[in-house]
Design a protein around this ligand. Structure first.
Ligand code: NAD
Ligand code: ZN
Length: 359
């Protein structure tokens, strides 16, 4: 079976394109109870961008602190219940922020039309009905959450996305001016998520000409941004990184992520590490899977004087390592891609524990 690729319906790209939001939303304002829910990273509260949000008096703006925890099922359920109780069904949801906010916007848009708790829908194609209109505006680039078919949520038992075609945004506004204020460490780790998406998408059984074309271009852009003559945070590179994030995300949508992401999910679920940073912690030890990519990753670390902690596993209990290995093992689609359909003959919870012990 071939995947049936679902892309974002509409995309605007360019410096200053944030200002188009008002006219884009105007076309949708008559839907449902005629108001919008804006979920915005609390970093923007009181900042220039926060003031430019084209909200009307009837709209609801929620500034959400995404640190230190990733979005949870409980958070999505309460947000939906609170908005429904106050104003009923919105015309749509707008998310302005990083992967965390974009996932909150995607998830809540689905949960407005699908009853019960979001924990019921963690997994592939468990959502029953399309959500309401949702528009995403990334303000930090790398996760590919702006184009992916999943909204990753941490629930009481699993860290797993609401994954289906309806999760994908109806509209995305890519305005590279918005990522200029990202602190350097976050700029690096989040950008490396794109780099790792591409390396993993390229290295595995599901890679194909379609996913390769996106990954090749995204890798070229990442190399310019992190290793080129003009490497670093500047307007030209902000444009490039924003497009790389999108293309890396599209590449893995038509291929898959691999060993690094499986390990990263364990680190996030059990130790609460943030996705992009957790990927970097894991990736540095995967030379036997991603050797060439890892050499280049090390060059990027050096160039930007980023040092990752070593010897972390010495402070982990065997219970924690086992729990992380179990989370990772239970992501069969990633192992299937990285190792092949017979991966269960080659990978066990114990062999995954050994990978964690390298960290
Ligand atoms: P994030 O949304 O967690 O934000 C990271 C930090 O950057 C926060 O402190 C935030 O306040 C800050 N920030 C964001 N924009 C800023 C700006 N313009 N200036 C200054 N600070 C800014 O970041 P992320 O790394 O993009 O997202 C991680 C989340 O994305 C995780 O929850 C992860 O599970 C999820 N994720 C989702 C997908 C997907 O396909 N849906 C893929 C990968 C990761
Ligand atoms: Zn990722």
């Amino acid at each position: 079976m071939h995947k049936n690729f679902k892309n974002i319906e509409k995309v605007v790209f360019g410096r200053g394109s944030f200002s188009m939001m008002e006219s884009i939303l105007a076309e949708k304002r008559n839907e449902n109870n005629r108001f919008f829910l804006f979920v915005v990273d609390h970093y923007f509260k009181g900042k220039e961008l926060g003031k430019k949000i084209p909200a009307k008096p009837e709209d609801i703006i929620k500034f959400i602190d995404v640190d230190p925890y990733e979005p949870t099922t409980g958070q999505i359920d309460s947000l939906r219940d609170e908005v429904m109780k106050a104003n009923g069904l919105p015309a749509g949801v707008v998310g302005i922020g990083g992967g965390s906010i974009l996932d909150i916007a995607k998830a809540v848009s689905l949960m407005f039309t699908n009853g019960g708790s979001s924990t019921l829908y963690q997994g592939l194609n468990l959502i029953k009905k399309p959500g309401i209109y949702h528009l995403g505006v990334p303000t930090i680039s790398g996760t590919g959450a702006e184009c992916s078919t999943t909204a990753v949520l941490t629930g009481p038992t699993k860290k797993l996305g609401l994954k289906c075609e309806w999760t994908v945004f109806n509209q995305v506004i890519l305005d590279p001016e918005l990522i200029a204020t990202v602190p350097e460490d976050k700029w690096f780790y989040t950008g490396m998520d794109t780099y790792i998406h591409c390396i993993e998408s390229e290295t595995g059984t599901l890679n194909n000409t379609f996913s390769h074309a996106y990954a090749e271009q995204a890798l070229k852009l990442c190399r310019d941004v992190y290793l080129g003559d003009n490497a670093g945070q500047n307007p030209e590179n902000d444009d490039k990184l924003m497009v790389a994030s999108l293309m890396g995300g599209l590449s893995l949508t038509y291929s898959e992520v691999g060993v690094c992401h499986a390990l990263s999910y364990g680190l996030s679920k059990i130790l609460g590490e943030k996705h992009c940073y957790a990927n970097c912690l894991a990736f540095q030890h995967l030379e036997d899977f991603y050797g060439e990519g890892l050499n280049e990753f090390r060059k990027m670390l050096n160039k930007h004087q980023i040092s990752l902690p070593q010897g972390l596993s010495k402070n982990w209990t065997d219970e924690q390592i086992t729990a992380m290995a179990e989370v990772a093992y239970n992501l069969p689609h990633m192992w299937n891609h990285a190792i092949g359909p017979d991966w269960r003959e080659k990978v066990t919870v114990d062999s995954i524990k050994e990978l964690y012990k390298r960290m």
